[in-house]
Design a protein around this ligand. Structure first.
Ligand code: AMP
Length: 217
């Protein structure tokens, strides 16, 4: 199963990608996670990406395309993959098409998770992320058992620099301008499956599985 999860920041792509990963036993490939890890390690890639990320802007296309080109060739992508946060621009989508043609892994579905922007701001400003394992919590909707401590690994929770309100507004504008056109792009290719990203995470997951099954009959 070769998948893309599309949707604005805060739509729940990361959560759904993890659930799909467990269900289909295929890797979740999140450019945001790869970039954050590079920033944390202080690699040349991280140094290049940090300023863009802190401002809520997109990292240049050639940087993320290079990451994905390498990552998709790794052995664990043999039976499929879930792209989470890539592509985010039309040039990225076009480059992905070329890469997938080369490695003979055509896309099966592009899942578009729809959520309105005020709800996204509410979700993102309350979001807390574990510094160690990347697990996500929310101060109101999904609080950890112990304040500021990760339920999964005991690591410290923090608010991502780009989850502050002003940066969130920039990220949402970037999404509208650069990423939303991909909805049409994948609609034209008959790959788009839109679902409502409202409700519990299990409900949303069931919707996704339902659209896959409906399209594969
Ligand atoms: P995310 O965790 O997916 O919200 O990504 C966090 C940040 O990483 C974004 O705001 C961008 O600065 C950068 N980023 C992640 N994926 C991409 C991408 N496909 N293209 C450009 N920048 C990206």
């Amino acid at each position: 199963m070769n998948l893309i999860l599309l949707g604005p920041p805060g739509a729940g792509k990361g959560t759904q990608a993890q659930m799909l990963m467990e269900h289909y036993r295929i890797p979740q490939i999140s450019t945001g996670d790869i970039l954050r890890s590079a920033v944390k390690q202080g690699t040349p890639l991280g140094k290049q990406a940090k300023a863009f990320m802190d401002k809520g802007e997109l990292v240049p296309d050639e940087v993320v395309i290079g990451i994905i080109d390498q990552r998709l060739r790794e052995a664990d992508c043999k039976n499929g993959f879930i792209l989470d946060g890539f592509p985010r621009t039309t040039p990225q989508a076009e480059a992905l098409e070329t890469i997938l043609a080369k490695i003979e892994k055509p896309l099966d579905h592009v899942v578009n998770i729809e959520v309105d922007s005020e709800e996204l701001v509410r979700r993102l400003t309350g979001r807390r992320t574990c510094k160690n394992c990347g697990a996500m919590f929310h101060v109101a909707f999904h609080p950890p058992v112990k304040e500021d401590i990760c339920d999964r690994c005991g690591g410290p929770l923090y608010q991502r620099e780009d989850d502050r309100e002003e940066t969130i507004r920039t990220r949402l504008k970037e999404y509208e301008k650069q990423t939303a056109p991909l909805i049409r792009y994948y609609q034209d290719k008959k790959l788009l499956r839109s679902i409502q990203g409202i409700g519990g995470q299990n409900q949303i997951f069931e919707q996704i599985i339902r659209v896959f099954n409906a399209k594969s009959v």
